[in-house]
Design a protein around this ligand. Structure first.
Ligand code: EPZ
Length: 418
């Protein structure tokens, strides 16, 4: 259990290099078991979710060495295709190993990933896609026992909703499925395009990522040495900019892809922030007195990212007027707002809609982080509140943010973590 100690009311200023993307590196680490090879990943962030994935790879028999921001994976020694429940519990997205293990070993056993604070996290679309490719999946006492009795074969997979994880799982499994697989209504997130570029380095024939139709021509993948640099994290980028918008200041981010979070930049600019982006740099200036933006309506990429909704909501707590948020991706992604009320925020939630009435000032108060992005939102609110906030956090924020307190302190915030 960590406790974040924040004294708000200080402006943020400075320049920051943004970490590698959590939601790109996790599927790429799973993909590293597709073929026996030596993989060097660079710009890998130091996150709890990455540490858990390293433990999963080692449990499967891979060699994994971490040196600074590099992670070297030797998947030639892969000897098991089962992931223990204890590791599955820690990381929902470990279900992504299903497709990779079926492709490499023809079988896999892992437990149903837990739900989480965002509401139920079903994996029915993952299972539908893998079954279409020839996998036989039995649910036995909370475990998924997967085999490929007749091998894997190409298939047409139509996703009812553009699920990021189901798209990734289907792509990985299809790499070993004889023939052509066409995934329609595929997720279009930048992390999918990043996964495609990694799979191509492994020798896989994948195309269409970033569009709604991804095509994979399956076949044997030969062993090879592969290097890949992880793309910057668009949600972490949005987090630091939302913090500067809320607290006021002048912050520049380096090594980012502004086009990956252009919807967030648009909303921040509607709030009155002064935003300049040039190449891989984005600079935001704010006097901390914002105005309510146009309604923030989340949706699959290229819509407003659901992961940035809590961050934008926190930035709008003192914005003049009424800010409206519609959460279309997850059923229960407003739980963190109950904690924001303790800091004096005025928020009314009704199902998928949250209405924020701007208040003159927020005041520091004890609060609890309910999930990863909700925890980041509470820190943003505390930075723009008067007085001290103590935020209890059972490790949520560290799952997605590398050196968050250190980076915010370097930008002038009065924040520490015990
Ligand atoms: C990925 O989760 C991200 N996680 C999430 O980021 C992100 O919020 C989400 O995509 C949406 O962009 C990783 O990449 C590790 P989905 P994922 O499958 O793949 C429903 C963060 O904060 N659904 O696109 O689990 C599901 O319930 C995390 O970094 C099914 O119904 O998201 C949800 O309502 C949070 N059946 C919607 O689809 C399925 O089989 C979108 O989920 C799968 C999903």
């Amino acid at each position: 259990m960590s406790v974040w100690h924040i004294s708000g009311g200080r402006r943020l200023s400075g320049s920051l290099a943004v970490q590698g993307a959590k939601n790109a590196v996790l599927p790429i680490m799973a993909a590293s078991v597709l073929a026996p090879g030596q993989i060097e990943l660079l710009n890998v962030p130091e996150l709890r979710d990455v540490d858990t994935t390293v433990r999963i790879l080692r449990t499967l028999g891979c060699g994994v060495e971490r040196e600074g921001d590099a992670v070297n994976i030797d998947s030639r020694g892969l000897a098991r295709s089962e992931i223990p429940h204890s590791l599955m519990r820690e990381l929902r997205s470990s279900v992504i190993f299903l497709g990779a293990l079926l492709a490499r070993c023809g079988r896999a056993r892992l437990s149903m990933p837990g739900g989480c604070e965002l509401g139920p996290r079903p994996i029915d679309l993952h299972l539908m896609a893998l079954r279409a490719l020839g996998a036989r999946i039995d649910e036995r006492g909370g475990d998924l026992v997967c085999t490929t009795p007749e091998g894997l074969h190409g298939a047409d997979i139509a996703l009812p909703t553009p699920s990021v994880g189901a798209t990734e799982n289907a792509m990985l499994c299809a790499c070993a499925a004889e023939g052509e697989t066409v995934i329609t209504n595929a997720a279009r997130e930048p992390e999918i395009t990043e996964l495609q570029s990694f799979l191509r380095k492994l020798g896989a024939e994948v195309s269409g990522a970033g569009s709604a139709t991804v095509t994979v021509r399956g076949g044997p993948l030969s062993a090879r040495r592969v290097g890949h640099r992880i793309m910057p994290d668009r949600i972490v980028s949005a987090t630091y900019l939302a913090a500067c918008a809320a607290a006021g200041g002048d912050v520049e981010l380096r090594g980012v892809c502004p086009e990956h979070f252009s919807t967030v930049l648009r909303s921040l600019s509607e709030c009155g922030c002064d935003i300049m982006s040039k190449g891989a740099r984005v600079r935001l200036r704010s006097d901390g007195n914002l105005t309510a933006p146009m309604p923030v309506i989340t949706g699959p990429y290229p819509g407003f990212p659901t992961d940035a909704q809590p961050l934008m909501l926190a930035a709008c707590l003192r914005a003049k007027g009424t800010s409206v948020f519609v959460e279309n991706v997850f059923q229960n992604r407003f739980r963190f707002t109950e904690e924001l009320l303790r800091l004096g925020a005025r928020i009314h939630t009704e199902g998928r809609v949250a209405v924020v009435t701007g208040v003159q000032a927020l005041h520091g108060a004890p609060a609890v982080a309910t999930d990863l992005r909700g925890g980041a939102a509470l820190i943003i609110a505390a930075l723009s509140a008067e007085g001290r906030t103590e935020l209890l956090d059972s490790g949520h924020v560290a799952r997605g943010y590398e050196r968050f307190d250190e980076n915010l302190r370097a930008l002038g915030a009065d924040i520490s973590r015990t």
